[in-house]
Design a protein around this ligand. Structure first.
Ligand SMILES: Nc1ncnc2c1ncn2[C@@H]1O[C@H](COP(=O)(O)OP(=O)(O)OP(=O)(O)O)[C@@H](O)[C@H]1O
Length: 233
């Protein structure tokens, strides 16, 4: 793993929820640019919590998260939003797409808040739309679906592809994915993951992919396990 260009590092990271019931304590984690990590653990072990910490939408109780050598704790809320828009893509478990927009319109939202991402996606509306189409095609969504169908009318597997393209457009440094394949059968899941990781490789995008399904681990450079038991504060 290269130390010259660290993608992410965590330092003594701990997170306690206000009710005090559960906590996350993580051994220090590091990933190089372009590296793909598979994060697994049973339900309730803190996978989504960790993704929230890595995305800077949750502040840790103690310890620190650094993305591209930059600590979220050193940033104002506005700077965090900007940093996230520029460098992070997120695929949510429920996709969080806008159902009345077309797939292309949904994908373009992925770079709507970042001039850097728009530039990397081509800069002009025409070029960005072409890049959105390329991504959707590469991720297995046929041309007949792109522009005319409302995203809410697509199947789960098709929506998953739109969500992935939205997260990837403009080449974020880090893609965070929260069980986006849980509704798919095994062969569709494997095919989708292969395509997704190929696109990440094209962009040089590193990945933290969360799942409880260990069978998916073989697609990734490295596996990180979260323990099931809550830790003591
Ligand atoms: N907003 C919250 N307030 C209080 N506790 C929370 C909150 N969000 C999560 N937790 C608790 O933190 C623990 C870890 O939750 P998290 O959603 O991170 O687990 P997970 O591994 O992603 O689970 P799953 O696989 O079921 O999605 C759980 O015990 C959960 O109840």
């Amino acid at each position: 793993m290269s130390t010259a260009q660290p993608l992410l590092r965590t330092r003594a990271l701990r997170h306690f929820w206000p009710d005090g019931g559960h906590a996350l304590a993580l051994e220090d984690l590091a990933a190089a640019r372009g590296e793909s990590l598979f994060l697994h653990g049973p339900s309730g072990s803190g996978k989504s919590t960790l993704l929230g910490l890595l995305a800077g939408v949750l502040a840790p109780s103690s310890g620190d998260v650094l993305i591209l050598d930059t600590s979220f704790s050193s940033m104002s809320a506005a700077a965090r939003d900007r940093f996230r828009a520029n460098h992070l893509g997120y695929i949510f478990q429920q996709f969080n797409l806008l159902p009345f927009l077309t797939p292309i319109e949904n994908v373009l939202l992925g770079c709507a808040w970042s001039a850097e991402r728009r530039k990397r996606a081509g800069g002009t509306h025409v070029r960005m739309a072409a890049e959105a189409q390329r991504l959707l095609s590469s991720l297995g969504l046929g041309a007949h679906v792109w522009s005319r169908t409302k995203t809410g009318e697509l199947s789960v597997g098709q929506q998953q592809r739109v969500a992935a393209a939205r997260a990837l457009i403009g080449g974020p440094a880090l893609l965070l994915a929260d069980e986006p394949t849980s509704a798919l059968d095994a062969s569709s899941r494997d095919a989708f993951l292969k395509l997704l990781l190929e696109e990440c490789a094209i962009y040089g995008t590193g990945v933290v992919f969360v799942s409880h399904d260990l069978a998916l681990a073989r697609h990734f450079d490295r596996t990180v396990a979260l323990a099931s038991a809550p830790v003591e504060s």
